[in-house]
Design a protein around this ligand. Structure first.
Ligand code: SF4
Length: 218
């Protein structure tokens, strides 16, 4: 065994509560990883919150997660026929710039870890759209050993779009519905996630067996 491996063995990896410490990271990198649990974002007062909700609803920057076959219906929205840009919707390359997480189809046991991590990396206010029947109830994979049935047991879903597979028009209708919810001040599921975090975490941990990750260890 190498000296490095011996060093790793002697390093304290967990604190008293069993949480993984970022001990193996250089000091300058530790600050890059936040291990704080999600917090509730209190609304601004009165007219400010209304104005911000209007702005949020008209500038939905999406992170498209193509977990299943239905994700292919996201691409036509970028073409001139559907032109999602005219509605203030545009794709972003990283969770940290995105406010709308679109799960494009079934979520498998293997992808759940990536879904949760991507959702956690998004900054609030953030919203989730479940695309396709598989996200609602498992769809045609409802009794598969390797897929989860209800996405909203693991991350909070603001709008579901049923269908197998939903057409781009349905996706636009779902985005429109989400816009209305946000404008009405009802896009509060990220706060509900923070409030009921123990419940979500319990469900996630039933699925994700190899849980320890330096930046996600609560
Ligand atoms: S709902 Fe249909 S199209 Fe969408 S991921 Fe499931 S099987 Fe594929």
């Amino acid at each position: 065994m190498s000296d490095n491996m011996n060093d790793m063995d002697q390093m304290q990896l967990f604190n008293d509560q069993g949480r993984l410490l970022n001990a193996g990271l250089p000091d300058e990198e530790k600050a890059l990883f936040c291990d704080a649990a999600p917090q509730v974002d209190a609304p601004y007062r009165g007219i400010w919150e209304k104005f911000l909700n209007w702005a949020r609803s008209e500038s939905l920057w999406i992170l498209g997660f193509g977990t299943g076959c239905g994700a292919i219906e996201l691409r036509p929205l970028m073409t001139s026929r559907y032109d999602m840009y005219q509605y203030g919707v545009q794709p972003r390359p990283t969770p940290r710039q995105a406010g709308l997480f679109i799960i494009g189809g079934y979520a498998s046991v293997k992808t759940m870890k990536r879904i949760v991590r991507s959702y956690e990396q998004m900054q609030g206010p953030k919203f989730v759209l479940g695309l396709g029947s598989c996200t609602v109830n498992g769809g045609m994979y409802w009794d598969s050993y390797n897929t989860i049935n209800r996405l909203d047991h693991y991350i909070p879903v603001d709008v579901y779009i049923a269908g197998c597979m939903p057409r781009p028009e349905a996706l636009l209708a779902g985005i429109n519905e989400l816009k209305k919810l946000i404008k009405d001040g009802k896009g509060e599921n990220a706060n509900k996630y923070a409030e009921n975090f123990e419940w979500y975490k319990g469900n996630q941990k039933k699925i994700i067996k190899d849980w320890n990750m330096p930046d996600y260890n609560w």
